[in-house]
Design a protein around this ligand. Structure first.
Ligand code: AMP
Length: 440
């Protein structure tokens, strides 16, 4: 199978070649014929499947004919990182077409965005808030939009963007093509899809199941030993780029600082950073200046670094869906990757859920010459207390879970459940959990 079958414009084919794509991915094969015909599509696909090109290529093809310098395609994405990434993908695939795209998101000065819009662009890649701002101020004309893409719709829902999306849709011409992509399909997204899509073709590519090119392993560990284990594991493993997920902004900064002091080339990425520091962290990670990036889920949304060889869950994600999203950062487009997850005794029930979704048991590993018996420093009060009590099962497929922005550091303010100090906790359950472990 090659891209020839789509009869794309030669200038677009040149872009595909320049990016080194030789064959379409499954989502491209399944969705592009319908999108090229102008049909609405609902794609259940996670990041890493090639969904950006699946919508970008047909958009470029459509825009090759017709007027230029009007915004004719609008792509709405949850985060600025994802918006930048889509913009870059369009830039790469469409280099020879001379079609222009602009990114629109908050947290940066709007003048540059307004200037670019004034020069005339055909594609806008936008986060909802700033887009509405500019539309309200009359700085962007949405009356020529022919194609709307809602990318990572479930994340936009998590982040509380659904009302904004409805406002945006109201401003668009009724006669348009709409494409909606989402890794999961909670009821609110289904409802949105019913509202905005017209007789859509539904495509499902590996939805809800982590990319199969990734191998998974669990590292049982007591909470206070996580950072030491992380450093040892990275030292002992042959890695390219390593993306480490921690639960809160505070933990993200703390882990990165500890690693930096120990001499690791590490940066951190979390929502409180200035745009400059985010940019330094991301571009430094992409270019290899930092081999390790410690991030929160929300900050890591949309990170596309092709050489991510390892994703390490320093903290368990909150939901199986979030696990899937994190793991989607490695093993992208059929490259292989490893996903390591640190599990504390409190995470046990959640592991069962993940294994259920994966349909297999995940290998337990322990590191040789790592001292798992070091007690927690007295009064250390590590912040790794569970958000769910032991034995309380989180549902395997969670839809409509709490908005991500409501989590974050506020967890520190929550009352500490009694008897959960790591220094005093019994290790009994932990040993049982480790009994099936394999030493590495
Ligand atoms: P996405 O799911 O759109 O974020 O894409 C994941 C990664 O796959 C990106 O790095 C793309 O550049 C890459 N990619 C997309 N389509 C192809 C393809 N047909 N062949 C090889 N790589 C691809």
């Amino acid at each position: 199978m090659s891209f020839k079958q789509f009869n794309l414009h030669t200038q677009i084919e040149a872009g595909i070649q320049a990016l080194g794509y030789t064959a379409p991915t499954p989502i491209q094969l399944q969705s592009m014929p319908a999108i090229l015909q102008g049909k609405d599509v609902m794609g259940l696909a996670q990041t890493g499947t090639g969904k950006t090109a699946a919508f970008a290529l047909p958009i470029l093809q459509r825009l090759m004919s017709g007027p230029r310098k009007n915004v004719r395609a609008l792509i709405v994405a949850p985060t600025r990182e994802l918006a930048e990434q889509i913009h870059e993908a369009i830039g790469g695939l469409g280099r020879a077409t001379k079609l222009k795209s602009v990114t629109i998101y908050g947290g940066v000065n709007k003048n540059a965005q307004i200037r670019t819009l004034g020069q005339g662009v055909e594609i806008a890649v936008a986060c909802p808030g700033r887009l509405l701002d500019l539309a309200d101020q009359g700085e962007i004309d949405l009356s020529h939009v022919e194609v709307l893409v809602l990318d990572e719709a479930d994340r936009m829902f998590d982040m509380g963007f659904l009302p904004d999306i409805r406002k945006i849709v109201k401003r668009l011409p009724v006669k348009r093509q709409t494409l909606l992509f989402s890794a999961t399909m909670p009821e609110d997204i289904r409802k949105l899809a019913r509202e905005v899509l017209n007789d859509p073709l539904t495509i499902r590519v590996g939805a809800g199941v982590p990319v199969s090119t990734v191998s998974h392993a669990l590292y049982p560990v007591e909470p206070h030993l996580k950072t030491a284990l992380l450093m040892k594991l990275i030292e002992r493993t042959d890695t390219e780029s390593v993306l480490v997920f921690a639960r809160t902004k505070h933990r993200t900064t703390r882990v990165a600082d500890q690693m930096k002091r120990a001499g690791f080339p590490v940066a951190s990425l979390q929502g409180n950073l200035s745009q400059n520091r985010r940019h330094d962290a991301l571009s430094g990670f992409r270019e290899g200046k930092y081999q390790i990036l410690v991030a929160t889920d929300i900050a890591a949304r949309g990170i596309d670094v092709s050489g991510i060889s390892h994703v390490i869950n320093y903290d368990m994600p909150d939901t199986v869906d979030a696990y899937t999203h994190r793991i989607g950062r490695t093993g992208r487009a059929a490259k292989t990757g490893d996903a390591f997850t640190f599990v504390t005794p409190q995470d046990r029930a959640f592991v069962v859920d993940i294994e259920h979704v994966l349909g297999e048991k995940i290998e337990r590993r322990t590191l040789t010459d790592f001292d798992y018996g070091v007690p927690a420093p007295a009064g250390s009060g590590d912040a790794d207390r569970p958000r769910h009590s032991v034995g309380q099962r989180r549902p395997a497929r969670v839809s409509g879970y709490a908005p991500v922005k409501k989590r974050g550091d506020s967890v520190h303010g929550a009352p500490r459940p009694s008897g959960r100090r790591s220094g005093t906790r019994s290790l009994e359950g932990f040993s049982a959990f480790r009994s099936s472990s394999k030493t590495r």
